[in-house]
Ligand binder design. Structure first.
Ligand SMILES: *Cc1c(COP(=O)(O)O)cnc(C)c1O
Length: 237
């Protein structure tokens, strides 16, 4: 038996416990297995356990992994969750099913233009700079509505929700506040965009990682992005 199997079982159980603790259904929280830095064989192991959604941070590494696992392509959902440089957007548009890290109009436009007509629209989340630090990527709340409206008008993108990477902290109150803030922002957006309800289904709150999963679920996360707790410690990043 693989340690990855054990870890997936443990994480799945932790998600269920965190969900039930606040009266949510475990099935309403999707597990995204973050496989960055780990080889294709580890993804295959997780796949054999039953995991179907995987997240990658680096374009080239992600694309190589998708190719290496091309026999599984139609059964895997590949999510891009890292920073996107303009000159890499085509690889993202052509190879992934989801992008969580849209943080500016230019990138959204490029992904829309470069998404092949033969593929379904790219599912996208906007990354919000929740802690408000100038150095971190993510849009500021003040710019969020305009970016959403622009994306809604793009035929090859499907706006699904918001994503955040809060400042790491072991302080439970700070974790909770960051998660709650994103939940509040998504709800505000839903009401601001209610007249466009036929065009958007904002069903995704991508928040929570190995160390803050339970808090994120308590505050409404619908997708947790978990790397370390499944695949083990990374040697870089
Ligand atoms: C690496 C990464 C994760 C997973 O983090 P862990 O702490 O290993 O669970 C989640 N989201 C993003 C954006 C990441 O870059």
């Amino acid at each position: 038996m693989s340690v990855i199997y054990d870890n997936l079982a443990t994480v799945t159980e932790q998600i269920a416990i965190a969900a039930r603790a606040v009266g949510r259904l475990p099935a309403d929280i999707k597990l995204l297995a973050v496989s960055k830095t780990f080889p294709p064989e580890d993804v295959r192991t997780a796949y054999n356990w039953g995991q179907r959604a995987f997240g990658e941070n680096y374009v080239q590494e992600g694309v190589e992994k998708i190719f290496a696992l091309s026999d599984l392509r139609s059964n895997i959902e590949w999510h891009f969750i890292g920073p996107i440089q303009s000159n890499k957007s085509r690889d993202v548009a052509e190879n992934f099913d989801w992008v969580h890290s849209i943080d500016r109009l230019k990138i959204a436009q490029r992904l829309n233009d470069q998404r092949p007509a033969s593929l379904a629209p790219l599912n996208v989340c906007i990354q919000v700079n929740i802690s408000g630090e100038a150095t971190k990527s993510g849009v500021q709340e003040a710019d969020l509505l305009d970016l959403c409206l622009a994306i809604i008008s793009m035929p090859k993108l499907r706006l699904r929700g918001l994503m955040s990477i809060p400042e790491p902290t072991s302080n439970g109150q700070e974790q909770k506040k960051a998660h709650h803030d994103l939940f509040t922002m998504l709800n505000r957006l839903k009401s601001q965009l209610s007249t466009q309800a036929s065009l958007v289904n904002l069903d995704t709150l991508s928040m929570g990682m190995s160390s803050d999963m339970a808090s994120a679920i308590a505050e409404g996360s619908t997708m947790v992005r978990v790397g370390t707790a499944i695949f083990g410690k990374r040697n870089y990043l």
